[in-house]
Design a protein around this ligand. Structure first.
Ligand code: NDP
Length: 462
């Protein structure tokens, strides 16, 4: 019998924390999990899930337009933001209930309170002021939108957190950032009828993606009517008496908008968590430093998910939680595999990607074969929509392994999931060539690009 109150105490009820708590409890461990806001974490409550619901909502006006080409006459349409927010909230509440139910069924105690570390085995429950002890503690408190205190008028700006609960849709919005969140929300707001401007400090949006994806998406977004200002940043935001915001940019532009949204990254949520007291080391960004088994420098304290700032993605946090369970409770040391993570940007069109960009691969390998197809998707032939789909396979010429796969277009995220398996399995281009096409699909292009579009030798396109 352990001398602690719990075998495992988890701080943070997001994707990673809930998974670790639920599975540990189902293995018979005495587990408690504390959450200060809502169970489900960023992904379920104010991230991936509500975002995807908003993406669907924002696509309907294009569906209505496209319908005409297929013989449909669609009557007058009207969008009700409040109805969407209410429907989304209802779904999120349902999902939160499922998270709670899973924990209850497994026998994990849920504590609706902030919890902070006191020492290597002790946690303070803020709501009651009580302390409890645990043999092992997991910190899985996630991240929060990076604030921009140096920006005059930053207090007038919103982050993705508030974007999910705006009282009303603004007529115009300015979004700062060129990453996942900025790009996805620019498309959402535009699709819902908001005049949208994206401002990004670099030369091209989505800095860590393949150039073709970046350029292709930029062009598609601009063609829809989204204004993209590159190599520019917001210098100040001022609020007028009537509530409108005036944003001034470095390049000398002045924009009058209803909302300014900052999407300049997410930072680990570690402030005031008692890490220092417990002796847990953090890096310069405040992220908890962990070893390959998610263990901090304090042997009884573990950290997983966004708070460790390894890869800020829900499936990664869940995977890290499962590795913790294998290592600590199943006597099977397993470290998370962060290689070849397939991911999607739910922009419109979507990006689905796995593996290296052409630029990364050109640095890693002596010679590449690049297979690239750009075409008009079938649906666009009758809808008349001017849209292009881009597919790209990056192949290491030496062993024919596909080291990167990138798609811009409808359902790219769905395709990236399956491509992830092939790259993880180490498939070569010959494996792709031997695979029969599914016809008629867009994805068939992935197995019918027979000869390289070009080669890259020693970093140079030939
Ligand atoms: P990202 O890291 O993707 O992008 C941050 C953006 O902000 C970059 O374009 C960056 O520019 C820019 N930036 C950073 N600091 C400043 C600054 N001081 N001034 C102006 N611009 C700045 O972060 P997000 O906030 O978009 O998303 C956070 C994380 O959440 C992502 O990394 C992702 O892992 C996850 N996420 C995943 C989604 C998905 O899977 N579909 C959806 C949403 C989020 P630069 O490129 O020059 O550094």
């Amino acid at each position: 019998m352990s001398s602690y109150d719990y075998d495992l105490f988890v701080i943070g009820g997001g994707s990673g924390g809930v998974r670790a708590a639920r599975v540990a409890a189902s293995l018979g461990k005495k587990v408690a999990i504390a959450e200060e806001y809502r169970f489900g974490g960023t992904c379920v409550i104010r991230g991936c899930v509500p975002k995807k619901l908003f993406v669907y909502a924002s696509q309907f006006h294009e569906h209505f337009e496209d319908a005409a080409g297929f013989g449909w006459e669609v009557g007058e349409s009207r969008f009700d933001w409040k109805k969407l927010v209410a429907a989304k909230d209802q779904e999120i509440t349902r999902l939160e209930g499922l998270y709670r139910k899973g924990l209850t069924n497994a026998g994990a105690e849920q504590i609706d309170s902030r919890a902070e570390l006191v020492d290597a085995h002790t946690v303070l429950i803020k709501a009651t002021g009580k302390t409890v002890t645990a043999e092992r503690i997991i910190v899985a408190v996630g991240g929060a939108p990076t604030t921009h205190v140096a920006l005059p008028g930053h207090e007038h700006c919103i982050s993705s957190n508030e974007a999910f609960h705006l009282e009303e849709l603004p007529e115009a919005i300015l979004i700062e950032g060129g990453g996942y969140i900025a790009v996805e929300f620019a498309n959402i707001f535009h699709g819902l009828g908001v005049k949208t401007t994206l401002i990004y400090r670099g030369r091209e949006i989505l800095s860590r993606f393949d150039q073709d994806m970046r350029r292709g998406l930029h062009a598609a977004m601009q063609a829809k009517g989204i204004d993209i200002l590159c190599e520019d940043v917001i210098l100040s935001v001022e609020k007028k008496a009537e509530g409108e915001l005036i944003a001034k940019t470095k390049q000398g532009k002045t924009l009058e908008v209803g909302q300014v949204m900052l999407a300049i990254g997410r930072s680990p949520n570690t402030r005031g968590l008692g890490l220092e007291q417990a002796g847990v080391a953090v890096n310069e960004r405040g992220a908890i430093i962990v070893d390959p088994y998610s263990r901090t420098n304090v042997p009884s304290i573990f950290a997983l998910g966004d708070v460790t700032d390894r890869v800020q993605l829900t499936p990664v946090a869940i995977h890290e939680a499962m590795c913790f369970i294998e290592t600590e409770y199943k006597n099977n040391p397993t470290s998370p595999d962060h290689d070849l993570i397939a991911t999607a940007v739910f922009s419109q069109p979507e990006i689905g990607t796995v593996g290296m960009s052409e630029e990364q691969a050109a640095k890693a390998f002596e010679e590449l074969e690049v297979y690239r197809a750009e075409f008009r998707p079938m649906k666009a032939t009758l809808s008349g929509r001017a849209e292009r789909m881009i597919m790209k396979l990056i192949v290491n010429a030496a062993d024919r392994k596909v080291v990167g796969a990138h798609i811009l277009g409808h359902d790219a995220g769905e395709m990236a999931q399956l491509l992830g398996i092939t790259l993880k399995a180490g498939c070569t281009k010959d494996d792709f060539d031997r695979t029969m096409a599914v016809h008629p699909t867009a994805a068939e292009e992935l197995v019918t690009m027979y000869s390289p579009s070009y080669r890259v030798k020693n970093g140079e396109r030939v």
